[in-house]
Design a protein around this ligand. Structure first.
Ligand SMILES: Nc1ncnc2c1ncn2[C@@H]1O[C@H](COP(=O)(O)OP(=O)(O)OP(=O)(O)O)[C@@H](O)[C@H]1O
Length: 219
């Protein structure tokens, strides 16, 4: 079975423990939603899996091989919180760099095929985010990490992006974090919450209240 898991993750910044013995796993065919309050360590955890931040300790296993940095598996793609495709690059060149296996499907999306020759600097912030997210979702990697893919998108594009994640999860495993928590609840097969440096499996809204993510509106 194709599976990514990371275990025993601990990470401190300047003596402040952000992650403490965290576990997260993802299989092909599932979307794992990662929730947590501001500063709970969601981005740090994704960066540790990808390999751009070094953990104090971790055990990372992708398809039964141990990795120090996930990107070395060549089977992991990551959408960071900030734009990552340089402004002068065209949509066509960016697609060429990331997408071969699912390229034809990506080119069937009108907003993509209509704008192949345009550079990223010619799009609005939300349009850039949408395109970057699509390119990562349709990349060749089996495991996809998405850090706030919905954050700059208007409702129609959020719905469209959710559809693409759903279509591609036949071939891939996704770990997605965002503060649009209802969208995360909609698109995910299971939810993991980071709180006080630890991971919690979430089964319903009450669990989100219990672990301090949602306010308790019943007093
Ligand atoms: N390079 C760094 N140096 C020092 N502290 C850092 C660094 N990166 C992250 N932190 C701290 O680690 C904590 C977790 O940050 P992280 O960005 O992972 O949180 P997050 O859950 O993604 O937050 P948000 O939802 O607000 O984006 C924060 O308190 C942050 O200030």
């Amino acid at each position: 079975m194709q599976r990514l898991f990371i275990d025993s993750v601990s990470k401190s910044f300047a003596n402040r423990k952000v992650l403490s013995s965290v576990f997260l796993n993802c299989e092909i065919g599932e979307v794992v939603g990662l929730l947590g309050r501001n500063g709970s360590g969601k981005s740090t955890l994704l960066k540790i899996i990808f390999g751009s931040v070094k953990a104090d300790f971790k055990y990372l296993n992708i398809d039964n091989k141990i990795y120090d940095k996930g990107y070395l598996s060549k089977n992991l793609c990551y959408l960071p919180q900030d734009n990552f495709i340089p402004n002068r690059v065209t949509v066509a060149v960016a697609i060429e760099a990331f997408c071969k296996i699912h390229k034809e499907k990506l080119l069937q999306i009108p907003f993509v095929s209509d704008n192949l020759g345009k550079r990223f600097r010619d799009f609005s912030g939300g349009e850039c985010r949408f395109l970057e997210a699509l390119i990562i979702i349709y990349s060749d990697a089996d495991f996809i990490l998405l850090d706030e893919p919905f954050s700059q998108l208007a409702p129609l594009l959020i719905e469209e992006l959710k559809r693409h994640v759903n279509d591609l999860k036949l071939f891939k495993g996704f770990i997605i974090t965002d503060h649009y928590y209802k969208t995360i609840l909609d698109v995910s097969d299971r939810i993991v919450l980071l709180h006080n440096g630890c991971n919690y499996e979430i089964n319903n809204n009450n669990d989100l209240v219990l672990h301090g993510y949602l306010p308790n509106l019943n007093g």
